[in-house]
Write a protein that binds this ligand. Structure first.
Ligand code: DON
Length: 214
């Protein structure tokens, strides 16, 4: 809608949605009509970042420094225990779990991602495995029950209801330490079906997104 030589009337703009706002990292999944794609995960790390606004700017500073390993053996806020390889050093980028993703299969293109700290990787993997298996659709992928293991702590985190009683029993027998937790993540998926040219979109039912299958 931007015309370099002509002002755009404010009233022609769609306005601001004053709906509820999240306090987390945000993910956007976009495909335009020409097939251009964006998967973008944007983070200030903790909710409210470093909780510090640079005076006179209104800019809330992040605390991405916690994505570095502060010292070997010490966990960060997501429980990730790092080592020398992720030590703080000039010019270095910290480890990141953010996983903005494009998947291309013979019949579709899928753009996906989610916030969720260290659990982002397993959330995206669980959905990607379903895409690769050719089962489900955008709506079922964003709603998949989730589970997660990140080496340390040596626990198998799972969302309430992700495992039935028999699976839980079998996992324990195998030596896993299942640990139930509340739902997490906010996955956004857009799909372009290469055969029909149709687009489908879905937002995680755990989040505030409004997209449903089109
Ligand atoms: O880059 C990372 O892995 C973290 N800064 C992401 C933080 C995050 O997803 C927080 N959201 N819930």
């Amino acid at each position: 809608m931007i015309h370099p030589g002509k002002a755009l009337a404010s009233k022609s703009l769609p306005g601001i949605n004053a709906g509820p706002k999240g306090s987390d990292t945000s993910h956007f999944s976009i495909i335009d009509k020409d097939g251009n794609r964006v998967a973008a995960t944007l983070s200030i790390n903790y909710p409210f970042g470093s909780a510090f606004v640079a005076p006179g700017t209104g800019v809330l500073l992040n605390n991405e420094m916690d994505d570095f390993s502060i010292k070997p053996g010490v966990a960060n806020v997501y429980g990730l225990v790092g080592n020398e390889a992720n030590a703080i050093a000039p010019g270095k980028r910290p480890l990141s779990s953010m996983t903005p993703t494009f998947l291309e299969t013979p019949d579709k293109v899928v753009v996906m991602g989610t916030p969720g700290g260290s659990r982002i990787i397993t959330m995206v993997l669980l959905a990607a495995l379903e895409v690769a298996a050719g089962t489900g659709n955008a709506e079922t992928w964003v709603g998949l029950p989730r589970f997660h293991h990140q080496y340390l702590p040596d626990k198998l985190f799972y969302e309430t209801g992700a495992f039935d009683k028999v699976t839980l029993r079998d996992l324990k027998k195998m030596g896993h330490v299942p640990f139930e937790r509340s739902q997490y993540g906010n996955m956004q998926i857009v799909v372009r079906d290469s055969t029909s040219g149709l687009f489908y979109a879905a937002s995680d039912p755990r989040g505030e997104g409004l997209a449903t299958v089109q």
